[in-house]
Ligand binder design. Structure first.
Ligand code: 5RP
Length: 229
């Protein structure tokens, strides 16, 4: 699928998802190119009078775009619980487990997701898989012990690779680094998530297990599938 076609599908999924956004909602807005289409649609609706109780987002990029449409963006800590969060994803398995963090915003994305009553992911059909595979797993690590983490992952056979930005290590919103693990497919996602959750120095990882309730998938034939758990 070429980029133009993929963008067309991303936009279809995003516009469909925007229908879930109702006045007075507390809304979580994710990160990425698919979400950028969602924000543009929300901006259009704002001009028509859409009034939300609160908007929280998962990256400075999305925040800037939301503000450009006149939305006030609140800090997650000031909002009790979000009604719905709409975000993109890098891979989604048949059981709605996902890999996220391709854009490096996984830590905020997971914090927003677990504080939302409903989590909706919007994707083009190329992101859908039977079992989690086909995308490196991002792991955000503290700079203080990142080299030890890298060596540990090497020793565990997890094929780590530093996320780069030009010739420098990519730095997250929180000043950390990302190590991408090349495991394809991920045989037991819950086992790997448990291991990473208990590895000192790991801030967060891109396995989002049991967090998503609904997936809106744009298919190449133009069909928009709304799959609920
Ligand atoms: C960012 C993410 C994004 O949601 C994910 O990478 C999908 O991005 P895109 O919509 O650009 O394909 O997890 O950390």
């Amino acid at each position: 699928m070429d980029k133009e076609e993929q963008d067309r599908l991303k936009k279809l999924a995003a516009v469909k998802a925007a229908e879930l956004v109702k006045p007075k909602m507390k809304l979580g807005v994710g990160t990425g190119s698919t979400v950028a289409f969602l924000i543009a649609e929300l901006g259009r609706r704002k001009k028509e009078g859409l009034n939300l109780a609160a908007v929280v987002t998962t990256s400075s990029r999305s925040k800037k775009q939301l503000e450009s449409y006149g939305f006030h963006v609140a800090e997650l800590a000031t909002v009790d619980q979000l009604d719905v969060t709409i975000d993109g994803a890098d891979r989604i398995a048949a059981n709605f487990d996902g890999i996220k963090g391709g854009g490096g915003a996984l830590t905020m994305e997971k914090n927003v997701a677990v504080n939302s009553r409903q989590v909706v992911w919007i994707v083009d059909e190329s992101k859908m898989v039977d079992h989690l595979s086909g995308f490196p797993l991002p792991v955000e690590v503290l700079p203080i012990s990142c080299v030890q983490n890298f060596k540990l992952f090497q020793a565990e056979g997890l094929n780590p690779q530093w996320r780069m930005s030009g010739n420098k290590r990519f730095v997250t919103h929180y000043g950390n680094y990302i190590i991408d693990l090349n495991i394809d497919p991920i045989p037991v996602p819950s086992g790997l998530a448990d291991y990473l959750d208990h590895t000192v120095g790991v801030v967060e990882h891109g396995l989002f297990l049991g967090m998503c309730n609904e997936v809106i998938i744009a298919h190449a034939d133009g069909n928009i599938e709304d799959r609920k758990k």
